[in-house]
Design a protein around this ligand. Sequence first.
Ligand SMILES: NCc1[nH]cc(CCC(=O)O)c1CC(=O)O
Length: 328
Amino acid sequence: MSRTVIIGSRDSQLALVQTHWVRNELQRAHPDIQFEIVEMKTQGDKILDVALAKIGDKGLFTKELESAMLEKRTDLAVHSLKDLPTTLPPGLILGAITEREDPSDAVIVRRGLEAAGLADLPEGAVVGTSSLRRLAQLKHHYGEHLRFEDIRGNLNTRLRKLDEGRYDAIVLAVAGMRRLGWAERISEVLSPDISLHAVGQGALGIECREADGEILDLLTVLNHPPTAWRCRAERAMLRALEGGCQVPIGVYTELDDSGRLTLQGIVASLDGQNVARACRTGPGDAPEALGQAVAEDLKAAGAQAILEEIFVLVRSPEVVAPGAAPAS
Ligand SMILES: NCc1[nH]cc(CCC(=O)O)c1CC(=O)O
């Protein structure tokens, strides 16, 4: 293949680290092909100071990258998988899912404060989070002891706000901190008993045109089947719940040596008081069926009512939902 392959990326520091990693992997596997990166701003990058929930959740960080592929200005796009909606525009598919980083959430304590994690923070300490999923689960466990406030901006901005003393701790994805080389700032990795992570967290999704067989062939080197099975189950669950990225939905998956996949799911009310949980195990090579089954169990456990209540809250004009950033 003699063409130059153009890779679309958001221009945030994390997105560029991820896209350069993908470019290097592709270049190593296909030395005769030229790979180029084109940086783009998405809607979500332009309007970070606005309550994102108001703008519409689907594809805030992906639309511009997708239009570019459909118009053949680019050939593929690299996304944090958790920012990629579960339903893609016609003509585009998920060509590969890369090996997952640790998908857990991490607590970062402000410099100068000696605390090993959330349980160790002083009474009334202020914890910053921008995701309803984290907020709901942390309120459920630490609502009596800690206060929670919204935090916005990219990872650099959030760490700066933390160290300026506006928060005592913040909660972020382990994966982003590691990829940016800031792992040593992680004070605590939250166990799934405290916080189930976002669907797709820690993995990269590579999107391309469905009909572009050449590109699809090139991408097979990036696909990590165990991660792909886990993430497909997680995404099928989310899709079946029709949960945009704004709702407190968390997951945890495990793949055992014999290829059995376990998917745990949670749907929580914003105050953390009302929680629906479900867990099932099934064959790893039928992840969509497993995801759909767990979604049905969650609905039977009360998820529907929780989701409807949140939908009304998030859409009502008076209420600016605390921390409605997408897909965390
Ligand atoms: N919501 C934004 C976002 N999208 C992807 C990551 C990094 C982690 C990942 O790849 O899942 C983050 C930051 C965060 O949630 O802390």
